[in-house]
Design a protein around this ligand. Structure first.
Ligand code: TPP
Length: 662
């Protein structure tokens, strides 16, 4: 039988479908999402929970004229299937395929790019206000989860929307879960709303009776008005939202398509800011995901029949090593407390949380609060470990500068997912932390080459002063014997891990082992490469850098971070400060543009960050250097200075991932 999903012209045809057809379409979309994500990986449980909502919204609204903004955007797979991406859906999150998040450059139906949470209401309000100013006429809907609503920015936007009073619909997609169970007073409040629809009914009944009293006098009318007001405070479920200036509609069943459609129509008719509270089930329609939405929030490949997730073989991930190490350190150091912004599993802090619940804080999706909370804890002598993904730490930048660094407070930032994260793509790559942390005065920024060094850095970081960041990638380790005791890391000291006189490769973090491998490849070509594990982007080991630069006369600098402002810049600054401008340098790093989605391996290769790329850069540099030396010899005979030409040689290598300092 031909599926509706394949035969319809979507989203236009939705409007002529019967309710039965819409229900069938929902089931087909769920099947498509499950099958595809089982092969590509992705955000399964959130997307399954939002299928009926997506259908209802697209049936009532007229996208792309009307705008739907999906907060985070990880729940928007049904939206993608309904808006022209059915045939490309099997490329979801693959290199060159469609994104796992809404992208304006992918479809006119993706009204706003998302990936980080709690932005949708602000963006929607901006669109609504632009509509008003341009005297246009369309509906704007922000769809935000209960987890994302814990982000402060969402409240800033609600507050402002209530003030502006323009037409705006916020759909609160409440499934009681963030990635883990949602935390905090807001979660309890929403739980109360869910269980109190009878109170809403009671209020409506009383109001109807009061309004039905015929021809009341002015005084009585005023009393009734006040009574209605106080009744509202007593029994209105959405009082919080009403106080912020929103009309609250709900709670309603988020899998009841006709009910959602009716309520959206009502909201449009009502005008002004309206919040529709829908209750959904995360993972709806796939028993393993319904049973364990936490595990099925974001998944790799899995077996559809059994719900078994493919387990990757091999050494533990950096995240696991971090989680175990910090829990072990906390056993003997009661000053250590740990903070996560709604990612206990993702950061590996779940173990810490189980062992030391009193010293563990899941603050919700609130990175800014997480960092200033850490500052407060540190000001009282505790040692907070704030484990936050590189990309999400961006949101707390002012808190790092103003609340932590300016006061020299000792907070340990465990910066996970530093570098390329893979299939989640540009909203999630940790490309910038080396650069943005390095410029903060008093900051220590380090990156381990492997698990063993990660363990050593974490324990050394606890003993340091001031703000300290340890950044590590989303990857399995190298299988080093992690968790065994190892010598402390001295602040600001790099290590010469391999001697050589032709070229020095200065690498940090995830790029150290590929650099060692590259040195092995170079050896076969008769090029003797020294390898420096910089360990610190700040403070940089100036002495070691100057020494290898002097010894080898050529440097290759390698980092899994943006080419602007990171280790490469630090090295160039040192050499420039010492008059080393004549030393040719190749810089291999992430390009100064946003890197797309795809597997980490593919992306690293695309960005020129493999051992072979490093070896090739070093070879080119040496050959260029030899040619330049020849030219220098010639020019000394002719009196012509050719150092600039040597520098120009060095810049020829690679276009995308390469910058040259000379
Ligand atoms: C600023 C930011 N911090 C953390 C995350 C990671 N993250 C992605 S989805 C999610 C939970 C969102 O919960 P909710 O909004 O309730 O949506 P659900 O997945 O339950 O549908 C988190 C913490 C993020 N995307 N953005």
């Amino acid at each position: 039988m031909v599926r509706l999903l394949d035969s319809l012209n979507l989203p236009q045809d939705l409007k002529r479908l019967s309710l039965n057809d819409l229900a069938q379409l929902a089931s087909e979309i769920r099947g498509e999402i499950i099958q595809t994500v089982s092969r590509t990986g992705g955000h399964l449980a959130p997307s399954l929970g939002a299928v009926d909502l997506a259908i209802a919204l697209h049936t009532v609204l007229d996208s792309p004229r009307d705008k739907i903004i999906w907060d985070v955007g990880h729940q928007a797979y049904a939206h993608k299937l309904l808006t022209g991406r059915r045939s490309a859906f099997d490329t979801l999150r693959q290199f060159g395929g469609i994104s796992g998040f809404p992208r304006r450059d992918e479809s006119p139906h993706d009204a706003f790019n998302t990936g980080h949470s709690s932005t949708s209401i602000s963006a929607a309000l901006g669109m609504a206000k632009a509509r008003d100013l341009k005297a246009e006429d369309f509906t704007v809907v922000a769809v935000i989860g209960d987890g994302s609503l814990t982000g402060g920015m969402a409240f800033e936007a609600l507050n402002h929307a209530g003030h502006l009073k323009t037409d705006l619909i916020v759909v609160l997609n409440d499934n009681e879960m963030s990635i883990s169970p949602n935390v905090g007073a807001l979660a309890s409040y929403l739980a109360r709303l869910r269980t109190e629809p009878r109170l809403l009914k009671l209020r409506q009944d009383i109001e109807r009776v009061l309004e039905g009293i015929p021809r009341i006098g002015k005084d009585l009318a005023e009393s009734v008005r006040r009574l209605k007001g106080s009744l509202k405070y007593l029994v209105v479920p959405g009082m919080l939202f009403e106080s912020l200036g929103f009309t609250y509609l709900g709670p309603l069943d988020g899998h009841d398509i006709p009910s959602i459609m009716r309520t959206v129509e009502d909201a449009r008719a009502k005008g002004g800011p309206v919040l529709i509270h829908v209750i959904t089930k995360k993972g709806r329609g796939y028993a393993p995901a319904e049973g364990d939405p936490r595990r099925f929030h974001g998944v790799g490949r899995f077996d559809v029949a059994s719900g078994e997730l493919s387990r990757s073989q091999g050494p533990p991930t950096c995240t696991q090593v971090f989680g175990e190490t910090i829990a072990r350190l906390a056993a003997s150091d009661p000053r250590i407390v740990a903070i996560t912004a709604a990612m206990p599993d993702g950061t590996g802090l779940d173990l810490f949380g189980r062992l030391y619940p009193d010293r563990f804080f899941d603050v919700g999706i609130a990175e800014q609060h997480a960092v200033t909370l850490a500052a407060g804890l540190a000001s009282q002598g505790l040692v907070p470990v704030a484990a936050i993904y590189s990309t999400f730490l961006q949101r707390a930048y002012d808190q790092i500068v103003h609340d932590v660094a300016l006061q020299g407070l000792h907070v340990l930032f465990a910066v996970d997912r530093a570098g390329l994260v893979g299939e989640d793509g540009p909203t999630h790559h940790g490309a910038f932390d080396l650069a943005y942390l390095r410029i903060v005065p008093g900051m220590t920024v380090m990156a381990p080459a492997d698990e063993e060094e990660l363990v050593a850095m974490l324990s050394s970081a606890i003993a340091m002063d001031g703000p300290v960041a340890v950044r590590y990638p989303r990857s399995q380790g190298w299988g080093q014997a992690a968790l065994r005791p190892c010598s402390p890391i001295e602040r600001g000291r790099g290590v010469l891990v391999r001697d050589g006189g032709d070229v020095a490769i200065v690498a940090i973090g995830s790029m150290v082992h590929p650099s060692i491998e590259a040195a092995g490849l170079l050896e076969r070509e008769g090029i003797h490469a020294a390898v420096v594990n910089a360990r610190f982007a700040k403070p940089l080991d100036d002495g070691l850098i100057s020494q290898v630069a002097g010894d080898c006369g050529r440097l290759v600098v390698v980092e899994e971070g943006t080419c602007v402002g990171g280790l490469g810049s630090a090295v160039a600054e040192v050499l420039a400060g010492q008059g080393g401008a004549s030393i040719p340098i190749r810089h291999l790093a992430l390009p100064d543009r946003f890197v797309e989605h795809g597997s980490r391996e593919v992306l690293l290769a695309t960005c020129g960050l493999t051992a072979h790329d490093i070896a090739r850069a070093a070879t080119d540099l040496c050959r260029g250097g030899k040619r330049a030396a020849r030219r220098r010899r010639d020019s000394s005979r002719t009196g012509h200075d050719d150092m600039a030409a040597a520098g120009a040689e060095a810049t020829k290598y690679g276009a995308m991932s390469f910058r040259h300092f000379s």
